[in-house]
Design a protein around this ligand. Sequence first.
Ligand SMILES: [Cu+2]
Length: 463
Amino acid sequence: MMSYRSTSEEQHVYTYVLPDNHAPGMHWYHAHHHGATAFQVIGGLAGAIIVDPVDDSIIPPELSNMDEILMILQHMKFDSDPGNGCPNSENFVNAFRPYSYLEISDEIGDTLDVNPSLANTSLADFYVVNGQYQPRIQMRPGEKKVFRLLHAAGTHTLEIEIPGCNIYRISRDGVYRSEPTDAVDVIVLIQASRADIIVDCPRTGTFNLKSTIDPSRDNIVSSNVLRYFQDPILTIEVSGDELTMPLPSQLPPLPSYLSDLQNVSRQDIAGQYRVDFGQLRGPETCNFGINGMLFRGPDVYDHIMTLDTIEEWIIKDTGPESHPFHLHVNHFQVISTTYQDDPNQIVFEIGEWRDTLAARDVTTIRFRTDTFPGVVVLHCHYLRHEDLGMMQVTYIESSHGTATGNHGTDRIGQEAEPNGDGINHSEPTDHELHESDMNSSGQFKSSTYVFFTTVMIVVLSII
Ligand SMILES: [Cu+2]
């Protein structure tokens, strides 16, 4: 992650050097100022980063022959939202309270007339594609195109369907599968998730890419609070002569740092950690924390890792919501889960590489701390939760003993205790929550909202 704060009058050039073996795929960046992340991302401060391969020949010809369409799905939300959790609590913060365009205009001291159509709040909660509301694209019957879907949001979960067309999944979160899936009915895009899909529509006509709320998925897509309906998000107009285009039989190979970790031996796992999502409830507060704590600031490392080793983490979420666990820097492989309600592995697959996971029950992940030493952030990507404190900082040392921050020293942040097989697969102990816990985070300031004022503070995070 890199951070930079700039005023509206400044420019700053970012230079990134990617290793030659970086996996090709789609990533993204967004504002990440703690306390204002949800508001800024809903305000549109996000974008896509496409990493192309150094050697184009690793892209199979069937795939390189297809047109690609980048589709950045962003949630525009300017109406009121009662929020969820504990709205009567003193510390309750509604990141989604109404912000009219007029209000934002006042905040930035804008002297231009506000477009009356923009001040119309009748359309105040909707998704756009690349900034356009319900755009239309053209395809020919049988033509295959690659849709690169980026869910650049921190609010709801999308359940993308295109009735009448075929969808084949070829990558998730910027990492290719080994081969395309068979045709699937739905792509579940949790907050921050990406999916490259091949789409073809066999017949002429008009077909909608939409987000549905299918009751058959009630058990696997969290609660209705986070689900989203919009029909259409985008319309596909299919006309002209029919095309025949083959699917690729295999996809670009993964680099060595994404080698399969499902069968590594126990002694090759260098570090273990446990991430327990939960809501902290007390008489005067209602916030969302990890391991019973709110975010403690950028200099408190809750877990220390060593470069070029294998980590195994256990992600636990037994509450009614499915918090989208998001890890910066390194993709992780899903190893196992106790979650039984998604036998078709629609939301995530065992063995696939992700950087965002719909946490349910107890799920084990592994990753290799390759190339990058330094600070690694993890957080819930329901960004209102992150703003309320559901975030932690960990650290990768280039060698033992180089971290300069404060390793968490209390019961929070402790590593899982190994049991007989060397790995703790048991459920973490529930934390007893006290008001003192909730107030112990001196870093969390719910009032730290950054508006579109003359000095805009933007913290960009490559994730
Ligand atoms: Cu959350």
